[in-house]
Design a protein around this ligand. Structure first.
Ligand code: ZN
Length: 93
C-alpha cells in the first residue's frame, strides 16, 4: 500500500467523522420554549383518545385495513428554568 493512499484514507475518515459530528450536534432536539435549554425531561404522557382510521379496500379486492390512532398529551419540564409545557402527539399503530 502506498503512502498517499494511507493519507487519503486518513483524511477521508477525518472528514467523515467531522461531518457526522456536525450532524450529531445540529440534529433537531426538543428544547425549552422559555429558555432554549435542551435539559428537559418528560413528566407525563396521558392518552387523550383513540380513533380507528379505515383504509378503503384495494382496487383488486381485499378487506382494506384499519389502523388505530392514539392521541397523547405529553408534558415536559425544563430542568433549567422549571417551565412546563405540553404538546399533543398522534401515534399510529
Ligand atoms: Zn427552560
Amino acid at each position: 500500500m502506498s503512502w498517499y493512499l494511507v493519507i487519503g484514507l486518513i483524511i477521508g475518515l477525518v472528514l467523515a467523522g467531522t461531518v457526522l459530528t456536525i450532524l450529531w450536534y445540529t440534529r433537531p432536539r426538543p428544547r425549552c420554549p422559555e429558555c432554549g435549554s435542551p435539559q428537559i425531561g418528560q413528566v407525563s404522557k396521558e392518552p387523550l383518545g383513540m380513533r380507528d382510521v379505515r383504509f378503503p379496500p384495494a382496487v383488486l379486492g381485499g378487506e382494506g385495513y384499519t389502523m388505530v390512532q392514539i392521541s397523547y398529551r405529553i408534558t415536559y419540564r425544563c430542568n433549567e428554568c422549571r417551565a412546563r409545557w405540553s404538546k399533543t402527539v398522534t401515534e399510529t399503530s
